[in-house]
Structures are given as C-alpha cells and as structure tokens.
Design a protein around this ligand. Structure first.
Ligand code: HEC
Length: 112
C-alpha cells in the first residue's frame, strides 16, 4: 500500500513537472497553436516523431530546414503557404483558420 501510493505520487509529480517545464518553454502563441494543431492537424501529423501518419511527422521541421518533398525550404512563408493552401491530400485551411491562428500554429511548429 505505502509503496504503491508513493509510486503514484512520484508519477504525478513527474507528470506535473514535465507539464510545467513544457509550459515554461512555450510562448502563449505557441500554446494556442498547439491547441489548434491537436484539433486540426494531429489526425494526419505526429508532433513528436518524423514517422509518417497520413502526412509527414513534423518533429524537428524547422531544424531539418527542408520539407518532405526534398526541395521546399522550411520558412515561415512556405509553412504558412502550406497551411493556407494545403497540398493534395492535405486540405487547405485558409477558410477554416484565422490568420492569427495560422501564425500561432507556425510558432508552435517551431518548437517541435
Ligand atoms: C488529411 C490529412 C492532413 C491534415 C488534416 C493536415 N495535413 Fe499537413 N500534410 C498532409 C500531407 C499528406 C502532407 C505531405 C504533402 C506532400 O508533400 O506531398 C502534408 C504536409 C504538411 C507540411 C509540410 C511538411 C513536410 O515536411 O513536407 C506541413 C508543415 C503541414 N502539412 C502542416 C499541417 C498543419 C499545421 C495542419 C493543421 C492545420 C495540417 N498539416 C493538416 C496531410 C494533412
């Protein structure tokens, strides 16, 4: 009994700490961007690996510097363009998301 409640407490403490440190690293905009990502993009894209789901995993997108097609440079312009206009089979989001939401998404993608 004692041990299992101690383990539970430790797990809760570790989860709490990693939550806090993630929160501390991310700006408010990036945090909003993550919420949008989770609801609109996560069905097709992983944020924590480069493994393909329906679309390429976006972990380290900005560090890689080049999109999965091997030629498109990763810049705020090209990423914004991809989100606004899509690229078959990725749907365009310009009618679903406000410009500010797209800016926040881009901010979030930079943290991956
Ligand atoms: C229905 C599935 C789907 C959804 C939803 C989707 N995407 Fe995509 N996305 C794709 C596919 C597939 C590609 C690859 C297109 C290609 O290069 O042929 C892609 C490519 C991308 C790329 C370029 C990555 C690279 O390395 O080439 C970015 C950035 C991206 N998507 C961001 C987003 C964001 C942000 C959202 C949410 C607003 C989103 N996507 C929603 C399927 C999707």
């Amino acid at each position: 009994m004692r041990n299992s409640s101690k383990a539970l407490f430790t797990t809760a403490a570790v989860l709490g700490l990693s939550f806090l440190s993630a929160g501390a690293q991310m700006s408010e905009g990036a945090t909003h961007g993550k919420t949008t990502f989770d609801s609109k993009c996560a069905i097709c894209h992983s944020a924590d690996t480069t493994d393909k789901k329906i679309g390429p995993g976006l972990k380290g997108l900005y560090t890689r510097g080049v999109m999965a097609d091997g030629t498109t440079k990763v810049t705020d312009e090209t990423v914004t363009d991809r989100i606004m206009n899509g690229k078959v089979p990725m749907p365009p989001f310009k009618d679903q998301l406000k410009p500010a939401e797209i800016t926040e998404l881009v901010e979030y993608l930079k943290t991956l």
